[in-house]
Design a protein around this ligand. Structure first.
Ligand code: ARG
Length: 585
């Protein structure tokens, strides 16, 4: 169903053409929701922007547009404010009609895109040779959310994890495997190599303390790059060990399944990629290495900065692999858009590979390659999040701690309320709430900025948090249980929005689509969080002020419809954020 905003935009566009001619066919009608209800529900400042080209008074332009508008069904007569803003107030009976329609639609009236694209979201892309830490949390959470939103809008989304599974750090792990578990290489059976973290730390310890071990590690890298079969076998064992440990975290976080296509996947294409750059005269030799000189990047002396794509020892690097990936994604995957949710510390890397990708002709006007950058996760002290002993926080520990805290809160509350809940119920609820709180805290901040990780804040029942939204949802389910209501069987009564709280809630429900479409463009999921938080606040006000189960018919039924629409919007919204709901808590 076309949203009210879209209908208004179309109507203003048409009126513009009727009033001033077809040269305005493609002008943006500049209609947006207002943030101050005093100015109505929507506003357009098209008249102001046309004052110059038309050499007319903007108020007169606004009037000429209003005279051509045909929106009496939907809106009160538009008014002109200030220097020439056009204000629109949507009629409440029209809102009621729209709500009735979307109530029977599983998509809540949200249309799919008219221009479906194939889109790759590159996440969570951890590094095999290192343990997953809190930095990968953001990639996983943001990537999952963006994928779900784009998919819901109707795009063909490929989730691809560009795992760091090749290169120098592997030397150390392979050397350690050979030293500590030689039987792993000869035996046909799978060996228990313990936990990835322990394995990694022990390897690192050997690397730091012993020069002979370091030499063995360097040898292993050379053998790996030469694809020596025994070394490849060792490499595979290490990859499998880490893959198993990641999968546990992915499951706990409820991530969708994705394609694992690590850096090593592109090995067969690296030489061709460079050859192509060479044919385009982009490749230059410099101090034994091969590089592309970048435009707009200079070193300290003001000379153009080289992007090294083949090191002097003949090895390829992170940039080479990413260039091969760009080429592959365009040519083989045939994507239109590629989104990389990766930390801001890689801003230069992405700017550089995108530049080379464009100069090589792989990325064209038809393509949109975006680095959806994000900031750091900080501790409560505002410094980079660390454990007490100063190490990077392990993702697994962070999630477990959130779950444990929720569990303790739930147990205390249930004891206080004399509620008898099964162990299974408590475990499930603690896991859902704990994980949701971590995800939501991440997504509710603008991804570009750093944010402070605080269990107290993310679990606060009164703030812009997952528990607050989950409670709003549960509150509605409570109404249905108490009144024995089947929301899917409510009769289709006219929705009359008399009370301010009803109207305000109803209008807000209809803003969902605009928020989703905005995230489709700017990839900022915090918009959805804020939207859902405000929705829950408006619902709580409505529920405090307007009796539902005790109201007389037909008021009772349409208030139930409003409550159900709120819950379904929260549920869908949370789903798009990667968060599951509970029916009671
Ligand atoms: N493995 C990298 C890291 O952990 C992130 C990879 C992101 N994706 C990419 N195509 N470069 O820093």
């Amino acid at each position: 169903m076309t949203s009210i905003l879209q209908q208004l935009q179309d109507s203003v566009s048409q009126a513009l053409v009727s009033a001033f001619g077809s040269e305005f066919e493609d002008s943006d009608p500049l209609v947006v929701p207002t943030n101050n209800p005093q100015f109505g529900d929507y506003q357009s400042n098209i008249a102001l922007s046309l004052a110059k080209p038309l050499k007319q008074n903007p108020r007169a332009i606004a009037q000429a547009i209003i005279d051509q508008l045909q929106i009496e069904q939907m809106c009160e007569t538009p008014t002109i404010a200030g220097p020439g803003f056009i204000n629109f107030m949507v009629k409440s009976n029209y809102i009621g009609k729209v709500l009735r329609k979307i109530h029977s639609d599983p998509r809540l009236g949200i249309e799919t895109t008219k221009n479906p694209q194939r889109i790759i979201v590159d996440y969570p892309s951890p590094n095999v040779a290192k343990e997953m830490h809190v930095g990968h949390l953001r990639s996983a959470i943001i990537g999952e959310c963006l994928s779900r939103i784009l998919e819901f809008v109707g795009h063909d989304v490929l989730r691809i994890s560009h795992i760091g599974d090749w290169g120098t750090p592997f030397g150390m792990l392979i050397a350690y495997l050979r030293e500590a578990y030689p039987e792993a290489l000869t035996s046909q059976q799978e060996l228990n190599l313990g936990e990835l973290g322990t394995f990694y730390r022990q390897a690192k310890k050997r690397f730091d303390e012993d020069e002979n071990f370091r030499e063995a590690s360097r040898q292993a890298v050379v053998q790996l790059q030469a694809e020596d079969p025994a070394t490849i076998k060792a490499w595979k064992i290490v990859c499998e060990l880490s893959s198993r440990s990641y999968r546990q975290i992915y499951d706990l976080m409820g991530l969708s399944t994705f394609i694992e296509r690590g850096e090593s996947f592109y090995n067969p294409f690296l030489a061709d990629t460079l050859q192509e750059l060479d044919q385009l005269n982009l490749l230059e030799a410099s101090e034994g290495a091969m590089c592309v000189f970048l435009e707009g990047f200079t070193n300290r002396d003001g000379d153009p900065l080289p992007l090294i794509v083949k090191k002097s020892d003949g090895g390829y690097n992170y940039a080479t692999t990413d260039l091969a990936a760009i080429r592959y994604r365009v040519r083989e995957d045939k994507v239109q858009r590629v989104i990389y949710p990766v930390g801001s510390e890689q801003n230069n890397h992405f700017a550089q590979i995108f530049q080379v990708g464009k100069r090589a002709g792989w990325i064209t006007e038809q393509h949109d390659f975006v680095h959806a950058e994000f900031g750091l996760v900080l501790g409560e002290d505002g410094k980079k999040l660390k454990t007490r002993s100063g190490e990077a926080v392990r993702l697994q520990d962070l999630l477990n701690e959130a779950i444990a805290r929720v569990r303790a809160d739930l147990e205390a509350r249930f004891a206080e309320e004399n509620r008898n809940e099964t162990e299974e119920f408590i475990n499930h609820a603690a896991q859902v709430i704990g994980i949701s709180a971590v995800k939501y805290a991440d997504l509710s901040h603008n991804r570009v900025s750093d944010y402070r990780f605080s269990y107290d804040k993310m679990l606060d029942l009164k703030g812009n948090t997952a528990p607050y939204l989950l409670y709003a949802y549960v509150r509605v389910q409570g109404i249905s249980r108490k009144g024995n209501i089947d929301f899917s069987k409510l009769s289709n009564v006219e929705i009359v929005l008399e009370q301010e709280a009803e109207l305000s809630l109803a209008k807000h429900i209809l803003q969902f689509e605009t928020n989703i479409k905005d995230v489709e463009k700017d990839l900022l999921p915090n918009r959805i969080c804020l939207y859902l938080f405000e929705l829950s606040q408006k619902f709580n006000q409505f529920y405090d002020q307007c009796p539902v189960l005790q109201a007389d018919e037909p008021q009772r039924t349409y208030r139930l419809i409003l409550a159900d629409l709120t819950a379904r919007t929260i549920k869908l919204g949370l789903f798009l954020l990667g968060i599951e709901v509970l029916e009671r808590m």
